[in-house]
Structure formats: structure tokens, C-alpha cells
Design a protein. Structure first.
Ligand code: MRU
Length: 358
């Protein structure tokens, strides 16, 4: 079974491919200098791929975890439904323990678990087949969702626009097409004149390694800047809009995204520049009333002290490395979803959009 032929017209790379029972992930740790595809059929290896950032970006993590759950299910030997459920829950627990902030991970695993829970009368063999279809559906839906989000978001932008983006919220961070970069792709496709400024996004450099790489592949005009240059550009009137993705959005519209997003949002507010967040409803966590409840992942200090093998800081220096921050809803001009654009009262609108997806 294959999902690779879906959406041939959607721009950008597909970072997650599934063919004949094998998952292929482009190793995002090696981009942009090497394009290496790694193959997976084992759920523990998939969990490690998520943990070690072979694949990253909230929607891409969710899609990958769904395939991981499928592989875990396939490896379960029992034909007994209750035993299968117990072992499948353990598989999902391992996958869920990989990265704490992006809620798409838990959303995708819940969807796989719900399918099993809703079909107790089915033989285990049938459940495994259904799980394969579900994982592929999650993957393909994500691309369609991003294209819809792109359409809604592009309508917010003027005919000629210079956009700042932070981190990588592109095809690489999703099943394909991208969230923030999906809006940019849709604006370009609509004939708008778009120039992108990409923050390099220290410490993992998703902006310089991934955003710059994928926008250049699509011939979208892109200028790479260091994170601390955004304020200067804004003060010079060189940025018309900011668009970023999200890892988790609380019910009130507070947004967790890559570390440094909050700083960009404050800069945008100071300079009266619209600050847009593009995210699918699978990124909205209505169980959290506000952003203070979002768990923030802390990553290996080596991401800060080293680039590859190159040491940048004194040995044994104390380091703090939170991977995400929270931008309060009041700094966000609009949240773009696949169902439409939320502006103003996020609590009501986000709840309505999530309801529409159920
Ligand atoms: O640590 P990462 O690379 O997984 O963080 C990714 C981000 O913060 C993205 O901006 C977010 O997931 C949106 S991706 C469409």
C-alpha cells in the first residue's frame, strides 16, 4: 500500500513516505547538506526517530507516531482483543513519551487508540488492517488540511508582502505543504509577490537548515537572518507580516511554538506588524485553559554548546535549553486553521473549529 501518489500538485517535499509496509523519513538532522532517507518498520525505532529529531515539527511528529503505532500493533502476537488493547496502549505510551510539547503527537495516538476501542467485535487481524488505513488517512488529511489553511491564510496577505517566519513550519514539519510555509506557498500560487525572511532559529537551526532549504527548492525568494536581526529589520519597515506555526494552542489562543517566537511577537506588536499563527485544529488543546499549562520540553544542552562536533562554549558551562515558549493570545493578530481564521475571541472560535473537525 502506498500514499506517495497523493496530492501531486501540492508544493514542497513529502518528508514522510509509506510504501508496502515501510516508513521512510528524510533525516532532517542532516539537511541541508545531505539528503538521506531512513527506513522504519519497528515502533521503538520510530519513537527514537521522533526523540532524536530525524523528524520534527508538530504535525509531522503526529503523522510519524501514527505509523509507529501501526508497527507496534503489527508486532503484537495475541489474537485476544483485551490483551491486544493492553499491549497497544503500552506501544502508544512509548511513542507518547518522546516529545512533550507538540500536542499533535497525542492527538494522533488517541485517534489510533480510539479506532481500536471502538471496534471490540473485530478480530485483531482486521484491527491491524484498519490501523494501517487510519495512519495513511492521518498523513493524507494533514496535506489537505495544510492546503486549506494556506488558502485561508493567503487571503489575509496583501499583493506584495515581506514575511518573517521563525523555525520551520513547512512541508518538512508536516505531511507536506506546511502550515506557515503553506500560507506562503498558497500566496505565491495566488500570484502574490512574496519575499520571506527566515530566522535561523538557534539552537537547532530549523530556519537556516530546513526553511531556507525547502523555500529555495520551491524558488520562493528567501533571505536568511540571525534571530537577533528581526527587530532591526522591523524598525526599518522591511517586514509586513510575521507567520509562524504552533506546537500547541491552549483554549484561549495562547500559542506554544519554537523558542524565540514570543520575542518575535513582542517585536511585531511594537512595530504594528500583524503576527499570524497557522496551525491545524489537531494542534489546539481545548483541555488547557491557557498557555501556562503547556508542558515545555527542555533539550540536551549540547544543542547550545555545540554545532555538530564544533564546541562553541566552555566545557561544563551551565546551559538552559527550553525548546519552546508561549506567545500570549493578545499578541496574536489571527490564528489560521483549516476551517477558517480566528480573530478576536479565540476561546469561542477555536472551540467551534475543533468541533467542526470531530
Ligand atoms: O522542535 P521542533 O523542530 O519540532 O519544533 C517545531 C516548531 O516549533 C514548529 O514551528 C511547529 O511544530 C509548527 S510545524 C508546522
Amino acid at each position: 500500500m502506498s500514499n506517495c501518489a497523493a496530492f501531486p500538485d501540492a508544493g514542497g517535499i513529502r518528508p514522510i513516505k509509506y510504501n508496502d509496509g515501510v516508513l521512510s523519513l528524510i533525516d532532517q538532522r542532516l539537511l541541508p547538506t545531505e539528503e538521506v532517507w531512513l527506513k522504519y518498520t519497528d515502533y521503538q525505532a520510530v519513537a527514537e526517530a521522533i526523540r532524536s529529531m530525524v523528524v520534527r515539527g508538530a504535525p509531522a511528529i503526529g503523522v510519524t507516531a501514527a505509523y509507529g503505532a501501526l508497527f507496534g500493533a503489527r508486532a503484537i502476537e495475541t489474537e485476544d482483543y483485551a490483551e491486544f488493547v493492553k499491549e497497544f496502549d503500552q506501544v502508544c505510551e512509548v511513542l507518547g513519551a518522546t516529545r512533550p510539547t507538540a500536542v499533535n503527537l497525542f492527538w494522533a495516538l488517541d485517534r489510533m487508540k480510539s479506532l481500536v476501542q471502538a471496534n471490540p467485535e473485530q478480530p485483531v487481524g482486521n484491527l491491524k488492517i484498519a490501523l494501517e488505513y487510519e495512519a495513511m488517512a492521518i498523513n493524507e488529511e494533514d496535506i489537505r488540511i495544510n492546503m486549506n489553511m494556506g488558502r485561508h491564510g493567503a487571503a489575509l496577505l496583501p499583493e506584495k508582502v515581506r514575511i518573517l517566519t521563525h523555525c520551520n513550519a513547512g512541508a518538512l514539519a508536516t505531511g507536506g505543504y506546511g502550515t506557515a510555509l503553506g500560507v506562503i506557498r498558497a500566496a505565491v500560487a495566488a500570484g502574490k509577490e512574496v519575499a520571506v525572511f527566515a530566522d535561523e532559529t538557534r539552537p537547532f537551526l530549523q530556519g537556516s537548515r530546513l526553511t531556507a532549504w525547502e523555500l529555495m527548492r520551491d524558488n520562493i525568494q528567501t533571505v536568511l537572518i540571525c534571530d537577533n536581526m528581526a527587530g532591526y529589520l522591523m524598525s526599518k519597515g522591511a517586514i509586513d507580516a510575521v507567520i509562524v506555526g504552533a506546537d500547541r494552542i491552549a483554549a484561549n489562543g495562547d500559542v506554544a511554538n519554537k523558542i524565540g517566537t514570543y520575542t518575535v511577537a513582542i517585536l511585531a506588536k511594537e512595530h504594528n506588524i500583524p503576527f499570524y499563527v497557522a496551525a491545524p485544529t489537531s494542534t489546539i488543546d481545548l483541555q488547557l485553559t491557557d498557555g501556562s499549562q503547556i508542558p515545555i520540553e527542555e533539550r540536551d544542552t549540547r544543542e547550545v554548546t555545540h554545532i555538530g562536533e564544533q564546541q562553541l562554549a566552555p566545557t561544563d558551562i551551565a546551559v538552559f535549553n527550553p525548546a519552546f515558549d508561549v506567545t500570549p493570545a493578545r499578541l496574536i493578530s489571527a490564528i489560521i486553521t483549516e476551517h477558517g481564521v480566528a480573530q478576536g475571541n479565540y476561546t469561542e472560535q477555536l472551540a467551534a473549529y475543533v468541533q467542526q473537525s470531530r
